[in-house]
Design a protein around this ligand. Structure first.
Ligand code: PLP
Length: 405
């Protein structure tokens, strides 16, 4: 007799980010639209990209698709851990050239994005491992942990600690860190990351470092990779993605790094890397070959230049939004090394009340901060990954909120 997965069924009923967004946030937007059919909506809730792929990427995709349509050049399954040229490009053109970090291509595993990699990576660890997550957090770290049935510990992030958590006070085995952070837009200094790496090495914990927004870092001396930190290869897995800096949210290419030096209590160096290879072969057979060719092109010198141009565009959006929010007296965080702006609600407004009032008076849609965890209460996340004209329109409409508040 088949029975349902209880961990999964416990996540129904508006307990997951997607359900809350699509039912509650979207429900309110639809109701607002029905009541105000003339009013423009400024959708700044989603972390989806809006700018087109770079010309170099498009050229590579077309070329790769044409090769698949030709009997002389057709190819099928590839190396399931990823196209060797892509793994090589990630090592050489991203880690070595941009970050001065040395990794071997065998330490890179190509995925269909960071979302799946960041959750699936838990398959490497025992079910009783305790997982620490930042609170507020990118939802899949929490939901993936609950789905696996692992114990969860929150690391509060708030204004007093600049949204970078203190080291865990209880024993933990896995620690999710995400910098630049989604949703707060915060970054961590070298010293702060060093403290986490030292902690992890001390207690033989593993850091799962989500570096999806690394290309947005502008501030000098802020690490773009956990491997810039001494000792990190022995205790950290890094998750990367082409989604946000190369506009691959639809194409789906990401990666994770499992250094050969990474060891935990009952493993020898290289064993976790090997285990992930086996897990890959059981549950995943590689991401689309055409998309991987696009990713190789994004990492070419011209591709990187074009993609960085789009990152700069999103960052300019964030700058405009920050200015507009400050002009009406709102305090906001992030938006400097990140496309996300973490807006503090006016005193006495909850996240949802702030969401409602902002929507009602301006047509701007964000995500209430409490959706990312209880430490997000009293905040709202706005995404600057939109089109410039929408950002400018939203900023103009902010004045209406000021007069209402
Ligand atoms: N990690 C963080 C922190 C994100 O914000 C996102 C997407 O919004 C992802 C992972 C997922 O990215 P991908 O599109 O590569 O799956």
């Amino acid at each position: 007799m088949a029975t349902k997965n209880l961990e999964l069924s416990q996540l129904t009923g508006d307990k997951t980010y997607t359900e809350i967004i699509f039912k509650q946030v979207w429900g309110k937007v639809e109701a607002y639209q029905a009541a105000h059919p003339q009013q423009q909506i400024f959708m700044m809730a989603f972390g989806d990209t809006t700018q087109p792929l770079s010309a170099t990427v498009v050229q590579a995709l077309v070329h790769a698709a044409n090769r698949l349509g030709n009997p002389q050049t057709y190819t099928g399954y590839e190396d399931i851990t990823g196209n060797p040229a892509l793994k090589q490009a990630i090592c050489a053109n991203y880690y070595r050239q941009k970050i001065s970090v040395e990794l071997e291509p065998e330490e890179i595993f190509i995925s269909d994005g960071a979302q799946s990699a960041s959750v699936n990576i838990q398959d490497l660890f025992a079910l009783d491992n305790r997982v620490a997550v930042q609170n507020p957090a990118y939802p899949s770290f929490v939901e993936g942990t609950l789905l696996a049935g692992r114990p969860l510990l929150n690391l509060p992030c708030h204004e007093q600690n600049n949204f970078v958590p203190k080291l865990p006070e209880e024993r933990v085995d896995l620690i999710y860190l995400c910098f630049p952070n989604n949703p707060t837009g915060a970054v961590a200094t070298r010293e702060q990351l060093q403290a986490f790496v030292d902690y992890a090495r001390n207690v033989q914990a593993v850091i799962i470092f989500d570096a999806v927004y690394s290309s947005f870092i502008q501030t000098t001396n802020i690490p773009r990779s956990i491997y810039e930190i001494e000792g990190a290869k022995e205790c950290a897995i890094e998750i990367g993605s082409f989604s946000k800096w190369a506009n691959f949210t639809g194409l789906r290419v990401g990666w994770c790094v499992i250094p050969k030096a990474l060891t935990i209590k009952n493993t020898v160096p290289g064993e976790l890397n090997h285990l992930w290879r086996i897990r890959h072969a059981i549950k995943f057979w590689g991401t689309a070959n055409v998309a991987q060719q696009g990713a190789i092109a994004a990492l070419s010198p011209v591709g990187q230049q074009e993609c960085q141009g789009v990152v700069n565009y999103y960052l300019q959006n964030a700058g405009l939004l920050r200015e507009g929010l400050a002009a009406i007296g709102l305090t906001c965080f992030g938006g400097i090394d990140s496309p996300f702006i973490w807006v503090k609600a006016f005193p006495s407004l909850s996240s949802w009340q702030f969401f409602d009032q902002l929507l009602d008076s301006t047509g701007i849609v964000g995500v209430p901060g409490c959706v990312f965890g209880d430490w997000g209460e009293g905040y709202l996340r706005l995404s600057a990954l939109g089109r410039r004209e929408d950002i400018q329109g939203a900023v103009e409409h902010l004045g209406r909120f000021a007069t209402r508040a």
